[in-house]
Design a protein around this ligand. Sequence first.
Ligand SMILES: [Fe+2]
Length: 300
Amino acid sequence: MSSLISGLTVLSSVGVDLHKRLLKSVGLTKSLLKSSDAPSIRPYEIFRPNPRWSRLESSDLKILGVPGFRNIAEHIVHFEIPSDILQTFHAHNSVQFPSSKEESMRMDEIFNAETLPLINTFVGNAVAFFPDDYKAVIAKSRLGEESTVYDKRYASYMGLHVDNWCEPKIDLMRRNKSAVRIFVNLGTEARDLNFINLTLAQILEIMQSHEKIEAFRSANNPIQLCHAFMENFPEYPVVQLEVYPGEGCVVPVCNIIHDGYTLYKSEPDVNLTLTSQGFCLRESFLASFISKDTLSSCCL
Ligand SMILES: [Fe+2]
């Protein structure tokens, strides 16, 4: 399975040519992590995109760009914030890494006072309803890494994964797939988002004949299913979306395999992440770039 199959799609309200923003990898690589400090922690296999990337073919673009909106868990939705908000952030906050805890706290204070209210107001009014439980965090990732998820136990980045902070997560079919993350690139360089364009339900379907299928289905963490998929289909492409400064994405991180990627970057990867169990995209936002007859389930 070395070609994309229909699944999650990318919807962009930014008006850019997605062909110029999307790449695909020649499948996956696998490596084994070991904890040198604590040999009792068992070795852990991780998967990353094969760093041989190519432009998408027109057939790939058709698959990723199927028009229409189903529900928030089955799309990556690309948007932009007004440029003056990004300028405010750059004027008040350094995009460099803080040199001390005190500097980090001071930068967070400035961000919370100056930029965060502007982004919250814009995104809350123009893109999505903000539920009461939403959290906002500014994140900076180290450069030159094939992943942005760090695990202290292995002193290493973990690679492609599915988030598991959704509630409920009773089992695979009953987990809250609408728990999404919205991120906004506040850096000065494009941010790369890697993902596999298949939902957990599709991966479960593809893995029907696997000997552990019942265990995968009833597990409250999909990581074993996803690792088994990547082990069995190492040639399946990872898609990469380039997100420019001032642009953001709504990403169903609890329903797709994904990761950040700073391998080819020279400027700090700085982004605001908004997290909630139940963001709901505004119909007016979707209607601004998607045909209205496909919007009936927009809040599911
Ligand atoms: Fe994640």
